[in-house]
Every structure is written in structure tokens, then in C-alpha cells.
Design a protein around this ligand. Structure first.
Ligand code: FAD
Length: 335
């Protein structure tokens, strides 16, 4: 079987906010770039966990939703047409010819590059599954809601008691034909004001209850909800969002020989270099004395990592990229 081969100057592993900003910077420096992510959408934790929440600590944007921030980062990166390799995990690193590196992904794609920038955040996300309805995954059952359009006019059931479950309810309730929230406890582990908004909305909230069975044919049609100590109820539903949380870990990056702290963070120096030549890192995944895990910090680290990676690829170029005000840019389109 022949696999896809990609050749770029820089490979960015992780399409979270920090990886997207790194992709912009690489493009602005005239470097070709590919971005790999195991998720099928860009935006990392922001898209997966809190697209509708307002973020208040992005420099220059007093308040921006996660979705708007990712849209802006995506448009900014896309000015330079990076190659996105989504839905596949970066798994192996090997030495290539002439000082290049070759990274192989879970689907066998081989990316040859001059430098790697690891922006893997908290690692590969694995959603906690809904045992009652695994066979309906992708046929009505989802673990994320990157795009709300498929929920319009549908009977929707959200399962979970955390911020994501509450946020999905608030986002989808205005579009859905009906919206039910099922949580196995009485109390929610979510922002109080948001829980109050859900309770005051048209969402039917069923607590102390579990979804025990999903029924249907090609897609989900009904859910059986068992209330503790009560009767089972059958609800019509076309769409189920199981917001039961994620586990995340470095996964295959652990085998690359990177110096790690706590077995989950990559140790970097002030140039964002790891202990492996040509491998740089930025964002939540990195560690050094005084590290603060915030998007604002990750943006600066991405610029440092990419500019140092540029010098690694061609030691003849300047570390300082010049000011963006002096570099011609097309005006990004916010699609
Ligand atoms: C509920 C919540 C609210 C938050 N609010 C704020 C806030 O107000 N302000 C703030 O600054 N921060 C906030 N944060 C933290 C912020 O989201 C993170 O700091 C930020 O997402 C880190 O960005 P990143 O790009 O480094 O990593 P991530 O967003 O974690 O993205 C990393 C990406 O890498 C991918 N990946 C990992 N390993 C691999 C691999 N081997 N192969 C392929 N892909 C891989 C993952 O799938 C993921 O998409 C919040 C976080 C949460 C959960």
C-alpha cells in the first residue's frame, strides 16, 4: 500500500491555538508548513471543550468566544496555505536524509521536514465513551459539537454535568426542536451562572439519571433514561452529545526520547528547543521554570519556537523575522 508523503520546512504537531499561530508565523517567514492533529478539527482544547465560552485574557481582544478566536487564528494561518493533516496522530520520529526528519502518522502519512514544532497541549484527547450507545458514534452520537448546523430542528439529548455539557445545551437549545440534559448526579460541576441559564431556558433537565440504551436504525431515534429509584423513560432523540470528559496523554511522543517533566511536559530552553536537535516545542505541552499555561503565553512561545526553527533549517537567516508591518500580507478572510 502506498502512503501519502509530504515534504515541508516545518511540521507542527497540534492544531490548537498555539500550533495555528505557529503555522501563521512559519508562513510569514516564507517557510512551508504542515499541521498534524489527531482531532478532525482545528482549535485544540478551545474547540473541543469550550467554543462558546468568552475568553477575556487574549491581548487586544477584551472578550472573544473560543469559536471566534479559533476562526481568527485559522484565517491568519491560512494566508500562507499550510497543509492540514487532521484526524491522524503523529506517532514516530526518525532521522531522514541530509539532516531532515521524518514523522509518521497513525494513517501511515510520512512527513519529511527540516524542523518539528510540538504544540501538542495536553496530548492526544480520548473522549470518555457512552457505553449505552457506542454503535451510534457518528450516526447521531457525538463527543464534540464543532459545528451546530446538523442539530437544527432535531430532538437533542446532552449527557454530562460539566462545563462542556452546559455549554453545548446553551449553544444548541435555540436551534433544536427539543433539548434534554441528562446528568447522573444532582449537582453540576460547571460555571454557576451558565447552569442557571440552562435551568431558566427551555432545556428539560433530568438529574440523578443515566442513559441506559440508545435505540434506532441507521441513526439514533430514541434514548432510554433511567432515573435513580424511578421509572425508565423513553425520549425521542435524533442527536446525542456525550460530554463525559476526556482523558489526555502524550501518547506516542513519550517514545521520542524527549526530556520530560512529570512524564507529561516537554522540557525546553529559552529558544523553545527540546533536547532533540531540530525539535522545538511551545504551548501547554512545554515546561520550564516559571511556566504559565495560558494561550497568551503560548502565542509568544510559538513565535520563539518557529523563528529558532527557521535558523535551525538555514543557519544563514536572521533569528528576528522583521516586523509584520513591513511584510506584505493579504487581508485574511474570516470565513
Ligand atoms: C474550560 C477551559 C477554559 C479555559 N480558559 C482559558 C482562558 O480563559 N484563557 C487562557 O489563556 N487559557 C484557557 N484555557 C487553557 C487553554 O485552552 C490552553 O492553554 C490552550 O488550549 C493551549 O493551547 P495549545 O495549542 O498549547 O494546546 P491544545 O489546545 O491542547 O491543542 C493541542 C492539540 O494537539 C493535538 N495533539 C496532541 N498530541 C498529538 C499527536 N501526537 N499527534 C497529533 N495531534 C496531537 C491535540 O489533539 C490538540 O488538538 C482553558 C482551558 C479549558 C479546558
Amino acid at each position: 500500500m502506498s502512503h501519502v508523503r509530504v515534504e515541508v520546512d516545518i511540521l507542527i504537531v497540534g492544531a490548537g491555538p498555539v500550533g495555528l499561530f505557529g503555522a501563521y508565523y512559519a508562513g510569514a517567514r516564507g517557510l512551508s508548513v504542515a499541521v498534524v492533529d489527531s482531532l478532525s478539527q482545528v482549535g485544540g482544547q478551545v474547540t473541543a471543550m469550550y467554543p462558546e465560552k468568552q475568553i477575556y485574557d487574549i491581548a487586544g481582544l477584551p472578550a472573544v468566544t473560543g469559536r471566534e478566536l479559533v476562526k481568527g487564528l485559522f484565517a491568519q494561518a491560512n494566508q500562507y496555505e499550510p497543509t492540514y493533516l487532521l484526524g491522524r496522530e503523529a506517532q514516530q520520529l526518525a532521522a531522514g536524509l541530509a539532516g531532515h526528519m521524518v514523522v509518521t502518522t497513525s494513517d501511515g502519512t510520512r512527513i519529511t521536514c527540516g524542523a518539528v514544532v510540538l504544540t501538542g497541549g495536553i496530548g492526544t484527547f480520548t473522549p470518555r465513551t457512552l457505553p449505552a450507545g457506542e454503535e451510534f458514534l457518528g450516526r447521531g452520537l457525538d463527543y464534540f459539537v464543532p459545528d451546530s448546523s446538523g442539530y437544527a430542528g432535531k430532538d437533542v439529548l446532552v449527557v454530562g454535568g460539566g462545563d462542556s455539557a452546559i455549554d453545548w445545551c446553551l449553544m444548541l437549545e435555540p436551534l433544536a426542536a427539543s433539548m434534554t440534559l441528562v446528568h447522573r448526579r444532582e449537582a453540576f460541576r460547571a460555571h454557576e451562572a451558565s447552569v442557571a441559564r440552562v435551568r431558566a431556558s427551555g432545556v428539560q433537565v433530568i438529574t440523578n439519571a443515566e442513559v441506559t440504551v440508545l435505540e434506532g436504525g441507521a441513526t439514533v431515534e430514541k434514548a432510554v433514561v433511567q432515573v435513580k429509584g424511578g421509572e425508565a423513560r423513553t425520549l425521542p432523540c435524533h442527536k446525542v452529545v456525550a460530554a463525559l470528559g476526556f482523558t489526555a496523554n502524550l501518547g506516542p511522543l513519550r517514545e521520542w526520547g524527549l526530556a520530560l517533566n512529570d512524564n507529561r511536559h516537554i522540557v525546553v530552553d529559552s529558544a523553545m528547543r527540546t533536547n532533540l536537535p531540530g525539535v522545538f516545542s511551545a504551548g501547554d505541552i512545554t515546561d520550564y521554570d516559571g511556566k504559565v499555561r495560558l494561550i497568551a503565553v503560548g502565542f509568544g512561545e510559538a513565535a520563539t519556537a518557529v523563528n529558532n526553527a527557521a535558523v535551525h533549517i538555514d543557519p544563514g537567516v536572521q533569528l528576528f523575522p522583521g516586523h509584520s508591518t513591513d511584510i506584505p500580507h493579504a487581508v485574511p478572510v474570516l470565513a
